[in-house]
Write a protein that binds this ligand. Structure first.
Ligand SMILES: *[C@@H]1O[C@H](CO)[C@@H](O)[C@H](O)[C@H]1NC(C)=O
Ligand SMILES: *[C@@H]1O[C@H](CO)[C@@H](O)[C@H](O)[C@H]1NC(C)=O
Ligand SMILES: *[C@@H]1O[C@H](CO)[C@@H](O)[C@H](O)[C@H]1NC(C)=O
Ligand SMILES: *[C@@H]1O[C@H](CO)[C@@H](O)[C@H](O)[C@H]1NC(C)=O
Length: 429
């Protein structure tokens, strides 16, 4: 075991200098699953295919400055008693570049990190944040090792790592108490934000482009996962061996408010429902992987519900089911390939390209034969006029191209005869 520990530290400290062999693939793929009871989307701790619902996993967070997991950082001198398999973690020093980067993201909800003076430069204090409970704890930055699948766009392959142990990446530990409000077996958060410590941006082996694809599944079966792709692609989903999903994407610019802004924003000029147009004049829309339903500022919400009500005026309404306000008899709107047969909600993006929200992403079954318009009134004081939630993103292929600062979107893949569970995760040797 001592040898393994030694190797871990050698790797962890020198991996950046080790020349890596070339790989034929430029893209990696990570399975995404959906928690059955909370609808939260997650990836397994191993970044590979989970085998059980009880496998530990990370919540996907498009806003987190760095990844964190439930673990404790040990003093390096204790490590001879600490096995890698048990999550042995050693501290990063405060003058490490990753530490400075992590500390540059100040979250006003987090406690002051003003304890460095007490512990000196041997540790890097950071404040991991739980986006569901909106709470924050003091912890430390560390390094972990991981393996990922690479892909030719059609199947995953085991990556050709220079080492059995995996590639190192920087993350924060966190006390178990930070897990409150997260689903069972979710033991941390994986960061997919603009931060240079975000998970995709740390992957240098294979050398992937500064882009990632996100395809959230609507199914919570672990045998029908969605996918995150890091890199350029291509992306082929069954049953279409010749349709690269990149060819069906529309693009619009992503807006960054500052160099420290973490989340993803695009501008929306208007919303159309069956010919009725709501003018918004470049309202910003943020994408959230944590909020379940798209949340609108009250004035926009009211305009949307009014227009949608008019568009479905022949469909009998039933009592609203919280938290929604517009519900109908599910049997009255039938079910087609793209979910319920209701008028599309068209978001007109800044580029002029339209992001279409069809029935499967607008109407949610709430039980008892009822389906509701799955948008939420956020009140007048919300920070984002439009906060897009995961229900509206499911089965949409989203391509975050940081290199060119633009977002690619497919609208519903169901309309094209595939879904976010369409990637073939059969491993090829
Ligand atoms: C990987 O990227 C390099 C440079 O960006 C490119 O030349 C090469 O063709 C790519 N390989 C594959 C398999 O796409
Ligand atoms: C941090 O600690 C120093 C010295 O211990 C103190 O002077 C300073 O006011 C503290 N800053 C904050 C924000 O608490
Ligand atoms: C379904 O309807 C029954 C009888 O009206 C009611 O008791 C029950 O709470 C409803 N369930 C849901 C999920 O609305
Ligand atoms: C998935 O990939 C495997 C390996 O390439 C192949 O044998 C299988 O037919 C594929 N399944 C589908 C549904 O395309």
């Amino acid at each position: 075991m001592h040898l393994i520990i030694l190797l871990f530290f050698v790797l962890a400290s020198f991996s950046h200098q080790v020349p890596l062999p070339p790989t034929p693939f430029n893209t990696t793929v990570i399975p995404v699953t959906k928690d059955a009871s909370t609808s939260v989307h997650k990836v397994s701790w191993s970044f590979t295919q989970p085998t059980r619902d009880t496998d530990l996993s990370y919540l996907i967070d498009l806003d987190a400055p760095f990844t964190w997991q439930d673990c404790v950082v040990h003093k390096p001198t204790n490590d001879l008693f600490c096995f890698i398999e048990e999550g042995c973690k050693s501290p990063l020093p405060c003058d490490d570049a990753a530490c400075k980067e992590a500390q540059s993201y100040i979250n006003p909800l987090c406690p002051s990190r003003n304890i460095t003076a007490k512990y000196g430069c041997k540790i890097c204090t950071v404040t991991p944040f739980n986006p569901v409970s909106k709470s924050c704890k003091l912890s430390q930055l560390t390094i972990d090792l991981m393996h990922m699948y690479v892909t030719n766009g059609r199947n995953p392959f085991y990556e050709f790592l220079p080492s059995y142990f995996g590639t190192p990446f920087t993350l924060s530990c966190a006390p178990s108490s930070l897990l409150r409000s997260l689903p069972k077996y979710v033991n941390g958060v994986v960061a997919l934000s603009w931060s240079s410590l975000a998970f995709p941006r740390q992957i240098t082996f294979p050398s992937v482009a500064d882009k990632f694809g996100l395809c959230l599944p609507s199914s919570s079966s672990i045998t029908a996962p969605g996918a995150i792709f890091l890199g350029d692609g291509p992306f082929y989903f069954t049953p279409f061996p010749n349709l690269d999903l990149r060819t069906i994407l529309s693009y619009t610019l992503m807006v960054r408010k500052s160099s420290k802004s973490l989340g993803y924003y695009v501008k929306i000029n208007g919303i159309s429902i069956k010919g009725k147009h709501i003018t918004l004049k470049a309202k910003s829309m943020r994408l959230s992987s944590v909020v379940p339903y798209t949340t609108l500022r009250s004035d926009i919400y009211k305009a949307l519900v009014t227009a949608f009500t008019k568009a479905i005026k022949n469909i009998p309404r039933v009592n609203a089911v919280k938290p929604f306000s517009l519900c109908v008899k599910a049997s009255a709107i039938g079910s087609v390939r793209t979910g319920f047969r209701v008028p599309n909600i068209d978001l007109e993006t800044e580029s002029g390209k339209v992001w279409t929200i069809s029935g499967d992403n607008s109407m949610k079954r709430t039980g008892n034969g009822t389906a509701c318009l799955a948008f939420i009134d956020g009140g007048l004081g919300v920070k984002d006029a439009i906060l897009m939630g995961t229900f509206q993103m499911e089965n949409n292929f989203l391509f975050f191209d940081m290199e060119n600062q633009k977002l690619g979107f497919s609208s519903s893949l169901l309309a094209r005869g595939t879904s976010c569970s369409g990637f073939n995760f059969t491993i090829t040797e």
